[in-house]
Design a protein. Structure first.
Length: 347
């Protein structure tokens, strides 16, 4: 949620739906529509001789299926996709993976953490929310009306993720893939999702960064009901610092949203700084006991209406609070309704 101020966006025109823009040797850039305020995702086609390696797939919606059909009749008419990699389990990245795997007879390659969590979330679709999830949102400070809204939205994940293949091929941190004569090293990041794969090619000096490094917005770093005590922000900050050591500053960053850019280290530093400032604002606001829902204005500097962003905002606020709790900078008490109240430890 921070604006770009210190990285260099390339003045490339993004591809129209159904088109491919060459972005560096052997790498094609395409876009798929998203039905939300963030209205697109970037996908990457890597030239592998007699076929393409595709990285990420688009959300499992009829619109995206239509654009894929268009590509199959044009871009991919003479040269099919013969390898399928997915950076992480969010629906805009993995949504069409099952459909493409069926269509082209492909194995799905993902990290194990991403594949398994995705299968679990898809299995929850059309189920009732478990008591652990209700308890979690009581901890956050939801009232009855907000809980009812959550219940009405539960299990939506699988509606935009096509059925995943029941088997997968594992990507692991440090693994080197050979694609079209170039090496692509898997660099795993954490905090936005459990085991997010970036792909770095030293020969091309390019990195497919997924949602791990974005130019215009900061990636959502959230706590979710499946792991209330997770240290997602600690994981995220550690990953940002590690990426600064594993990637060159002048690497061409190919992000999932926005424009390709250079200035990876500066961008990562700005992301780290953004979270540090958020932690400071939260500490200032916790001179009296506060619930997660009371602290959203302090963290985001604006109020958020109920909806998809509200859940992400609560999850992100809680990620900051879990981090401060681990650092011994705040206390957490639970009241009779199950809500958590946080207060700064002075001294
Ligand atoms: Zn994501």
């Amino acid at each position: 949620m921070t604006e770009i101020e210190d990285s260099l966006a390339l003045a490339e025109t993004p591809p129209e739906a159904g088109a491919v823009v060459p972005i560096c040797p052997g790498v094609g850039w395409l876009r798929m529509p998203l039905p939300m305020s963030l209205d697109h995702i970037n996908l990457w086609l890597l030239d592998d001789g007699d076929g393409w390696t595709l990285v990420d797939t688009g959300m499992g919606t009829p619109d995206v299926e239509r654009v894929w059909e268009q590509h199959i009749a044009t871009t991919l008419a003479d040269k099919p996709i013969h390898r399928l990699l997915v950076t992480h389990m969010h629906p805009d990245h993995v949504g069409m993976a099952g459909w493409l795997a069926d269509r082209f007879g492909l194995a799905l390659e993902m990290t194990r953490g991403e594949y398994l969590l995705c299968r679990i979330l898809v299995a929850d679709t059309f189920q009732a929310p478990p008591p652990e999830a209700i308890r979690f949102y009581r901890n956050v400070g939801f009232d009855d009306k907000q809980i009812a809204f959550y219940v009405s939205k539960f299990g939506g994940f699988g509606r935009v993720v096509r059925r995943l293949p029941a088997a997968f091929k594992r990507l692991s941190d440090g693994q080197r893939l050979s694609i079209g004569g170039n090496t692509w090293e898997v660099v795993v990041g954490r905090g936005h999702s459990p085991e997010h794969a970036c792909l770095f090619s030293p020969e091309l000096n390019a990195v497919i960064s997924g949602d791990q490094i974005l130019p215009n917005i900061s990636s959502n770093v959230s706590i979710w009901p499946t792991e209330p005590d997770a240290d997602a922000l600690g994981d995220w900050l550690t990953s940002c610092r590690e990426l600064q050591t594993r990637l060159p500053e002048d690497v061409l960053v190919l992000p999932s949203h926005g424009q390709p850019f250079q200035g990876a280290h500066r961008r990562l530093q700005s992301l780290i700084r953004g979270h540090e400032h958020g932690l400071e604002r939260l500490l200032t606001a916790m001179d009296e006991p506060r619930r997660v829902v009371d602290l959203l204005d302090a963290l985001f500097k604006r109020s958020l209406p109920m909806g998809e962003h509200f859940f992400m905002a609560c999850g992100e606020c809680l990620a900051h609070l879990n981090y401060l709790l681990r650092q011994g900078q705040i206390t957490r008490e639970t009241d009779d309704d199950g809500a958590w109240w946080h207060q700064r430890i002075n001294g």
